[in-house]
Design a protein around this ligand. Structure first.
Ligand code: NAD
Length: 387
C-alpha cells in the first residue's frame, strides 16, 4: 500500500463552491464576452495576480466558455481562489523555460496559474518545432491548465500539428477495477486546415476530450443542477454502475471511455504526462498534484508542402461532413466544429452564466480592483495568452 502524498491534491479543491452554488432555479445570466473577461480579470487581480497574468488566465477561461466548455470556464475561479489560499497557486508567479535541448523543451511552472505555464510552453515549442521539424515540451510544477484544445489550436494556427496531454488527480478506475487510480487524463490533437491566408476559413481540426467517460467538471455541473449522469460513466464505492453523481463524490469512481481502449490511452497519458513533467504518476507516492503536461508540435512542411497538407485536410473534412447521416442523426461533424459553432453563437448571444456562478464571481471581486499588486502586461510579458 502506498501512503497518500501530503500536497493538497486538486481533487481536494477542484470540487469547489461554484459547483454546489449552481444548484438554483434562476435562469442563467447572459454575459457579453468582454464583460465576462473584465469580471474574471478583476477577480484574478483580487487574488493577487498582476494585470498581465490576470488577462491571460481570464482570456483562457472565457475562451472555454465561448467554445461551450463551461466546465472549464469562469466557474473555476472560486476553485482557483481556494487554491491560492491553500498556497497551491502563486498568483503572481511566472513560469520559465528551464531548458532547451534541440527539440526538447522543459518549462518550470513555478506554481503559476497553469494556463500561463502552458502558454509559455506553447511559445517555446513553436520555436523548437520550427527549428527541428518537431518539438516536445514538458511542464513541471504545473497547475490546472484548463481546456487543452486552446494550446493545440494555437499550434495548428501557426501551421503545426499539435498534441497535448496531461495527467491529473486520480478519479478514474482502471478497466475492470473499482477504485480510483487514473486521472481524467485529457488528450487534444489539432491539424492545420484550409488556406493559411483565409482568416474566414474553418480553422484547425481540433479533437479534445478527457479519457474518462465524462469530464469531472461536467459531472460536478450535473450534480449541482440535480441531474442524473448518463449511463456508463461512473460507479459507486462498491463498484456498482450508477447514474447518481453523488455516488462519485462519496468514494466512487469514473469509468474510462470505450472500456479497455480508453483505459489503455489513459495509462499512456498518465505515464508520459506524469513522468516527463516530473509531476509523477497520480496514484503513486511523490505525485505533485496539478496537470503533468506534455505538448508536441510537428511541422508538416518537413514531410510535404504545407499548403498541400492543409488543402488535403480540408478536403478530408468536407468529405466527412458530406457523409449521409445515420438513422436518427442530423449531420456529420468534424472534431472542432461544435466549438467553432458555439464560439460564433456565444460571441453574439453572450455566455450563459448560472446566476449563482455569477454571484460567486462577483462575491470574489475586490472592493478596489485597481488597488492590487503592481504590474501590467508590459511587466510580465511571459503571461501573454495563446490567442
Ligand atoms: N485540465 C484538465 O485537467 C482537464 C481534465 C479533463 C478534461 N479537460 C478538458 O475538458 C474539456 C471537455 O472534455 P470532454 O471530455 O467533456 O469533451 P467532450 O466529450 O465534450 O468532447 C469534445 C470533443 O469532441 C468533439 N465533438 C463533439 N461532438 C462531436 C460530434 N458530433 N462529432 C465529432 N466530434 C465531436 C469536439 O469537437 C471536441 O473535440 C476539454 O477541453 C478537455 O481538455 C481538462
Amino acid at each position: 500500500m502506498h501512503s497518500q502524498p501530503e500536497r493538497p491534491h486538486q481533487a481536494d479543491w477542484m470540487d469547489g463552491d461554484a459547483s454546489r452554488a449552481e444548484a438554483d432555479d434562476q435562469p442563467p445570466r447572459m454575459v457579453a464576452p468582454a464583460e465576462l473577461t473584465e469580471t474574471a480579470e478583476a477577480v484574478l487581480r483580487g487574488m493577487g495576480a498582476p494585470a498581465g497574468i490576470a488577462l491571460a488566465v481570464a482570456g483562457s477561461l472565457v475562451d472555454s466558455n465561448l467554445v461551450g466548455h463551461d466546465s472549464h470556464g469562469v466557474r473555476r475561479l472560486p476553485v482557483y481562489a481556494r487554491a491560492v489560499e491553500l498556497g497551491r497557486i502563486d498568483p503572481a508567479a511566472l513560469p520559465e523555460v528551464e531548458g532547451r535541448d534541440g527539440a526538447v523543451v522543459t518549462v518550470r511552472g513555478n506554481r503559476s496559474f497553469g494556463q500561463v505555464a502552458a502558454a509559455t510552453a506553447v511559445r517555446a515549442l513553436k520555436e523548437a518545432a520550427a527549428d527541428h521539424g518537431i518539438g516536445i515540451a514538458a511542464v513541471r510544477e504545473c497547475n490546472h491548465i484548463g481546456r487543452l484544445g486552446e494550446y493545440v489550436e494555437s499550434l495548428a494556427e501557426s501551421g503545426f500539428i499539435g498534441i497535448a496531454l496531461c495527467n491529473v488527480d486520480p478519479t478514474v478506475a482502471p478497466f475492470g477495477g473499482r477504485e480510483r487510480r487514473l486521472g481524467t487524463n485529457p488528450l487534444a490533437w489539432a491539424l492545420p486546415c484550409g488556406s493559411a491566408d483565409d482568416p474566414a476559413g474553418d480553422g484547425p481540426v481540433v479533437m479534445d476530450w478527457a479519457t474518462s467517460a465524462i469530464a469531472e467538471g461536467k459531472l460536478a455541473m450535473a450534480r449541482a443542477r440535480g441531474e442524473q449522469a448518463p449511463e456508463g460513466v461512473l460507479m459507486d464505492a462498491s463498484g456498482r454502475v450508477s447514474t447518481d453523481p453523488a455516488d462519485f463524490y462519496q468514494g466512487g469512481a469514473l469509468l474510462p471511455f470505450a472500456g479497455h481502449k480508453g483505459y489503455g490511452l489513459s495509462v499512456m497519458i498518465e505515464a508520459v504526462g506524469g513522468l516527463l513533467s516530473g509531476g509523477g504518476v497520480s496514484c503513486l507516492p511523490g505525485y505533485d498534484g496539478g496537470n503533468g503536461t506534455v505538448l508536441i508540435g510537428v511541422d508538416p512542411a518537413r514531410f510535404m508542402p504545407a499548403d498541400a497538407f492543409r488543402a488535403q485536410v480540408e478536403d478530408f473534412c468536407e468529405e466527412l461532413r458530406r457523409t449521409p447521416p445515420a438513422e436518427g442523426g442530423d449531420e456529420v461533424l468534424v472534431p472542432g466544429d461544435a466549438e467553432r459553432r458555439a464560439r460564433a453563437e456565444r460571441a453574439e448571444t453572450g455566455v450563459p452564466v448560472p446566476a449563482s456562478v455569477w454571484s460567486a464571481l462577483t462575491g470574489l471581486l475586490p472592493d478596489r480592483p485597481d488597488d492590487q499588486s503592481p504590474g501590467g502586461p508590459a511587466a510580465d510579458p511571459a503571461a501573454r495568452p495563446t490567442r
